[in-house]
Design a protein around this ligand. Structure first.
Ligand code: GLC
Length: 734
């Protein structure tokens, strides 16, 4: 046979082998195939038992795969602020691995306070890389529950009181996480706005409040960020558990929003096989079992979507199509994550990630008061700088519930201020003290409060300037999961301490670390106040850089700081409105949440939503619209000049609020509809351009269950905060 023919023969044989091996390679394992074809192929190969197995946990944080077909398990991990330390197979205890220390990123209230979606993407991508490196397929975050009451233990994990701000800020975070082949899991869907009785409180709410306030951030996560999983909350909504809810899961999430991902319970959020099966639950986690020894009746095969579900499928009580739909969603999640061969490899606790954390913390810090120009501190002017307060030196990434972290490092304010100003100038006194972090009880402070206070006041009286670092912490009934604060005041005698310090020294910089608002009885005497949030691994450096003026603060409040608790809408209608009667709760303030309440009821807050100062000043030009009249579906183009009229470069989160003077239904005095963070050099002027979709001016009409954009006049305002409107323009919507 000629050489040519031999080569040709080998070629043909080679292709034949190749084709046959291709045909032997199952479609579901072939990454070049479209995901829906892979889902179909995998389903066709699975038994009924294997499909049912996909729907439940096999351990505290993992689900069953299909070992026979080489379809891997899904591994999940908390949380929104970083990848939690490894947890044991069947208990909440830490596994005490030595290779799972992470970067602790700032709490999400701090991210919201940056008012900068670019920060969200940086953050999401970094935390996604850490989850990927730790081989997690689902990161259990971000949380976007609306800040309705300042007592809610988990507000620090969320993005504030306004649905538009929360929606715009959550999208890039989710995209950043999922670029790593890790699923974000937006939570807790829905109406988990408190921790007290969270496992059963039945929220009664109008359609308007549901659609206009509590759903938009979740809708943005699903329809714009294309989140791959969502976590049902523990509470009930109009009588049905959120993890088995016909209205929120079937009708809204999977119906109206066409969600193609997985609904995962909060841990222990499933309660009934048939309701879970028929009302949209896909994966059941955490139904209180230790899987092996604790009562057999609690073992994983006893989960609601395990054997009881299999029995109902076999008897025909539930059609097999029901489990096919769930299994298809779970397979889609597996192909997007665990079986996604194109995903990067991630990285853990790198300096780059720590710099992301520090930048977000620096951009989120809010300067609330600076009337004596104590800030930025020029250390050369002072011999002794007193740092006072437990929060200057307390680990604040520990505790708080499932968002707890084991950071590679956590730089405290005391450490960073000492590094910056020198330990010959910095003197520390604790001033007040709280008990150790615990999850199941309110620890009494083990300290002698009077002695701590005396020591701190003495130090203050002998120092040139005082930096007080206080606020809340991650103890139970503080900023922590599982329960709520019982009062709006600062704990551990801080108010009395601050009052004493103010008598001892007039140069005091107050720095508060918290995820919630609080009373400020000492505010009149205070000249300098900074809201520092929980800044994570690099918190101290961020605080010190702002205090020293290396960073010009540009954060703005993502929620209202009221003067007193009963000024909040949720606290204006008695206990049934908050925290409820332990069975039921009625959201009586309805759509008037946050600044919507304070504006409409003309109640002056201590510090309004969207407020934040800078070391420089800004001048706003008059807002203009590109047209006089708009049709539904059109985009309103707005512009105005912004000038940095001070001596230092800075950034300003400009805001646009809309109102409809005449409408057939009650509407808030104004609502946030656009914002942008503008960076300006000293003396620089920019023309800021913003867009508002005319359709976003609609309200939810609960008479005909649809959004209504009523024709007529709308007022659009540019503002530096919800209480500081600079100018307005009137437009007509046809
Ligand atoms: C907790 C939290 C949820 C967390 C989950 C797993 O109960 O509510 O946010 O992701 O259980 O720890």
């Amino acid at each position: 046979m000629t050489k040519f023919k031999t080569i040709l023969l080998c070629l043909v044989v080679g292709i034949a082998i190749q084709v046959s091996s291709q045909s032997k390679k199952p479609v579901y394992t072939d990454n070049s195939q479209p995901i829906e074809k892979r889902v179909e192929d995998a389903l066709s190969r699975m038994t009924l038992e294997e499909k049912v197995k996909l729907c439940t946990a096999q351990s505290k944080f993992s689900t069953h795969g299909v070992p026979r077909l080489g379809i891997p398990e899904l591994w999940m991990s908390d949380g929104p602020h970083g990848v939690r330390m490894e947890i044991l197979w069947d208990s909440w205890d830490h596994a005490n691995w030595t290779n799972d220390s992470c970067t602790a990123f700032p709490a999400l209230t701090c991210l919201a306070a940056t008012w900068d979606p670019a920060m969200s993407h940086l953050y999401g991508n970094a935390v996604g890389e850490e989850a990927r490196y730790r081989r997690k397929d689902v990161l259990l975050g971000p949380g976007v529950n609306i800040y309705r009451s300042p007592l809610n233990g988990r507000n620090f994990e969320y993005l504030g009181e306004d649905p538009y701000l929360a929606g715009r800020m959550v999208i890039p975070y989710i995209q950043g996480v999922q670029e790593n082949g890790v699923s974000a899991c937006v939570k807790h869907f829905a109406l988990n706005n408190q921790e007290r009785w969270r496992d059963r409180i039945d929220v009664q709410i109008s359609d308007r409040a549901l659609y206009e306030i509590y759903l938009p951030a979740f809708k943005a996560a699903v329809t714009e960020a294309k989140v791959w999983s969502i976590m049902g909350s523990y509470n009930k909504i109009r009588g049905q558990y959120a993890c088995e809810n016909e209205l929120t899961l079937n009708k809204i999430l999977k119906g109206e929003w066409k969600f193609d991902g997985c609904v995962i319970t909060d841990w222990g959020g499933a309660h009934n096989t048939k309701e879970a099966a028929l009302n949209g639950l896909d994966i059941e986690m955490g139904t209180w079992t230790n899987g092996f020894t604790f009562s057999k009746s609690n073992a994983y095969e006893s989960y609601f979507l395990a054997n009881p579900y299999l029995k109902m499928l076999k008897s025909g009580e539930i059609p097999v199509s029901n489990v096919d739909e769930k299994a298809a969603r779970i397979l889609r999640l597996i192909f997007r994550t665990a079986m996604n061969v194109n995903k990067p490899y991630g990285s853990l606790a790198s300096e780059e990630h720590h710099m992301v954390g520090r930048t977000v913390a620096e951009q989120g810090i809010v300067l609330l008061k600076n009337t004596a120009n104590l800030l930025p501190i020029d250390a050369s002017k002072y011999k002794t700088i007193a740092v006072i307060g437990e929060n200057a030196n307390r680990r604040l990434t520990e505790g708080g519930g499932s968002s707890e972290l084991k950071p590679k490092r956590e730089v405290s304010a005391l450490q960073a201020l000492t590094e910056k100003f020198g330990d010959n100038k910095i003197k520390y006194a604790m001033g007040y003290g709280s008990g150790a972090v615990s999850y199941d009880m309110v620890n009494k402070s083990p300290y002698d409060e009077a002695a701590l206070r005396k020591e701190a006041v003495e130090l203050a009286s002998k120092s040139d300037i005082v930096i007080f670092v206080g606020g809340l912490n991650k103890n139970t009934q503080q900023d922590s999961e599982g329960d709520d604060r019982r009062s709006y005041g600062l704990p551990f005698g801080q108010n009395e301490l601050i009052a004493e310090l103010q008598k001892a020294n007039k140069n005091i910089v107050l720095v508060m670390l918290s995820g919630n608002g609080y009373e400020m009885p000492w505010l009149k005497q205070a000249t300098t106040l900074v809201q520092g949030w929980y800044g994570g691994s690099e918190a101290g450096h961020a605080i010190a850089n702002v205090i020293a003026g290396e960073v010009n603060p540009s954060g703005k409040l993502p929620f209202t700081f009221a003067a007193k608790l009963n000024d909040y809408g949720a606290h204006s209608f008695g206990a049934i409105a908050f925290p409820g009667d332990s069975i039921k709760e009625e959201y009586k303030e309805d759509i008037l949440v946050g600044y919507r309440w304070f504006d409409t009821k003309k109640i002056k807050p201590l510090f309004p939503f969207g407020f934040g100062l800078s070391y420089t000043t800004f001048e706003y030009g008059k807002i203009a619209a590109d047209k006089k009249q708009y049709a539904a579906g059109e985009t309103i183009k707005l512009s105005f000049t912004l000038k940095n009229t001070g001596k230092v470069d800075g950034a300003e989160a400009v805001q646009v609020y809309a109102s409809q003077p005449k409408s057939s239904m009650v509407r808030p005095a104004k609502e946030l509809k656009a914002f942008k963070k503008v960076f300006l050099k000293a003396g620089e002027t920019q023309t800021v351009e913003l867009e508002v979709k005319a359709n976003d001016l609609a309200f939810y009409n609960d008479k005909n269950h649809s959004w209504s954009l009523e024709p007529g006049e709308f007022i659009l305002r540019n503002a530096s905060s919800s209480a500081d409107v600079k100018s307005s323009v009137s437009i007509q919507v046809k």
